[in-house]
Design a protein around this ligand. Structure first.
Ligand SMILES: [Zn+2]
Length: 418
């Protein structure tokens, strides 16, 4: 039985070999084997025409489009596609200085299978790991004849998708993921010996988020959009400390200048407090029209004094309990409010909608961080993007309108449509 699909890359028994020799352009190659040094997964090939030995990215993760080859002996990077520096730079550096650090991988077998698809989610950025992981749902549904194996950073253990056949938990901090780990390669190749057939899942960087059943990953039921106007109104503010919501361009400039001048403590003291003032001023205006609105604050950071009726779930020490408490907060919220970034992925996957403060220099990344839960015109109603220097008045106008006008908008655009 063959599970050919354009979203699968053959690994075993026959390795993907639709490649060209980077030296002589011959396509007559011997596929030697796959290597798993960490973020990248590469095939090792030998050219039958000229004898050149090289590694070439398998088309998975960011290498679906941004693949490069590296000469095995000469260490030369062959980059025919003009791959971006942030993808290829760290790979070449890692290849040049491979690590002999022993990285522990816990192999957890949940539903044994002999024919499998493997999804590698390792990455140095939190958001990238999550997005690659969300591809799991596609493989579980599209390839039920294959067991699904997820290679996950250990800190994502709580998100192992229901139905996976195995999880290989890599005990590595995200920031350390860039290296070329001989020990990861050795362990993964040893695990592979147990399977008759294996494929790599492409693990796209931007899976269709409207299809993701987030409960499968978190165990938490998301907010039911149909009940937007019926549930008690609740708004969760996601306040991150490393990308701030600024009041004016001048505030942003002052913050940057102070950080440059080494006044980090003072800058953070003032601008973190000001970010909270903006959030709470928004809430005050929302409550002027709708006094019953409940509010929750989450984020990696210290708790602060908050107005009455606001639950502060901020903390600096993450644990599964905290992750789940935050998930439950999003899941009871009609709206999550926050600054653009990967910090918005889980909140939007679980809440009814969002109001996102989108910095000007992130326009090219719009919606990458938002798990838009619908694919019709409801998107425009439920997902609002506001200017980087949006005022509390602007946030409140959007929030009040979403809460007040949902019922009619939903009826016009979901219920009464042919
Ligand atoms: Zn060649």
């Amino acid at each position: 039985m063959i599970s050919a699909s354009k979203h699968l890359v053959p690994l075993k028994p026959k390795l993907f070999a639709d490649r060209q020799c980077p030296r002589c352009a011959s396509t007559e190659l011997d596929a030697i084997g796959a290597v798993f040094p960490g973020i990248h997964i590469l095939g090792e090939y030998a050219c039958r025409a000229c004898g050149y030995s090289f590694y070439h990215d398998l088309p998975v993760g960011f290498a679906v489009d941004h693949d490069v080859a590296i000469g095995k002996d000469d260490g030369v990077m062959h980059d025919k596609k003009g791959v971006e520096e942030w993808v290829k730079g760290p790979l070449l550096e890692a290849f040049t200085k491979p690590s002999d650090a022993e990285v522990r991988i816990e192999r957890r077998i949940l539903r044994p299978a002999k024919r499998v698809v493997i999804l590698n989610t390792l990455d140095y950025l939190y958001g990238h790991v999550l997005l690659k992981l969300w591809n799991a749902q596609h493989y579980l549904e599209a390839n039920p004849d294959l067991g699904l194996i997820v290679i996950l950073p250990k800190s994502f253990e709580w998100l192992i998708p229901q139905g996976a056949s195995e999880a290989w938990l890599v005990d590595l901090k995200l920031g350390q993921s860039h290296s070329w780990y001989r020990s990861i390669d050795r362990q993964v190749n040893a695990f592979l010996a147990d399977f008759d057939e294996a494929w790599m899942g492409k693990g796209y960087a931007h899976p269709d988020k409207s299809k993701i059943e987030i409960e499968r990953f978190t165990g938490v039921k998301p907010f039911q959009i149909e009940r937007f106007a019926d549930e008690k109104p609740c708004i969760t503010f996601v306040l991150r400390e490393d990308r701030l919501w600024f009041r004016t361009p001048l505030h942003k400039l002052k913050y940057r200048v102070m950080m440059k001048l080494g006044m980090r403590g003072l800058a953070r003291w003032y601008f973190l407090a000001d970010q909270q003032r903006l959030a709470m001023a928004s809430l005050r205006r929302i409550r002027k029209q709708m006094p019953a609105v409940e509010a929750i604050i989450v984020g990696l950071g210290d708790k602060r004094t908050v107005p009455s009726g606001v639950i502060d779930l901020r903390t600096r020490s993450m644990s599964v309990e905290t992750e789940l408490a935050w998930c439950h907060a999003y899941a009871r919220s009609q709206i999550v409010v926050g600054v653009h970034g990967s910090n918005m992925l889980l909140p939007t996957a679980l809440a009814g909608g969002c109001i996102e403060v989108l910095p000007h220099d992130r326009y090219g990344n719009i919606v990458q961080d938002v798990a838009v839960r619908c694919s019709d015109v409801m998107q425009l109603f439920l997902y609002r993007f506001v200017d980087e220097f949006a005022s509390p008045r602007t946030i409140a106008r959007h929030a009040n309108s979403m809460l007040a006008h949902f019922r009619v908008f939903f009826r016009n655009n979901r219920t009464n449509v042919p």
